[in-house]
Ligand binder design. Structure first.
Ligand code: NI
Length: 135
């Protein structure tokens, strides 16, 4: 099995809060990330596809195609956007790193040509990474 990773970066705003919690509870649980006036991150997204190289091309997946799929389905919907209010597939979802990786997986899984989606990895800060490999 060969694993291929495409890396993309994007900047987005979000706010972590649960509408079922009081302002006080949100502040206690989510801290600075619950600022009502939003805050942003420079995210790094790594999408890994696994498969066997095609004997005729040597590719598991055509990286140009993979790049296009990630751009069209993810990056254009999140880059310089507010994840809470502007990203269609994030509506009603608390935009934690965990939930973002799962949401990205769902957007990408059925669209990967050739290989199989292996993991979606997201870095939110220099020290915090999230990774989802499906159920
Ligand atoms: Ni945050």
């Amino acid at each position: 099995m060969v694993y291929i990773t495409r890396r993309e970066t994007f900047s987005a705003a979000h706010r972590l809060f649960n509408p079922n919690f009081s302002d006080e509870q949100n502040k206690k649980i989510f801290g600075k990330c619950s600022n009502p006036n939003w805050h942003g991150h420079n995210y790094i997204l790594e999408v890994t596809v696994a498969g066997k190289p095609d004997p005729e091309t040597g590719f598991v997946v055509n990286l140009t195609e993979l790049k296009k799929i990630i751009k069209e389905n993810i990056i254009t919907k999140v880059d310089h956007k507010n994840l809470n209010t502007e990203t269609d597939f994030m509506q009603g979802i608390i935009p934690s790193g965990e939930n973002i990786t799962v949401a990205f997986w769902k957007e990408l899984e059925a669209r990967i040509p050739g290989g199989k989606l292996y993991s979606v990895r997201l870095s939110e800060t220099e020290n915090n990474f999230f990774e989802y490999r499906g159920e």
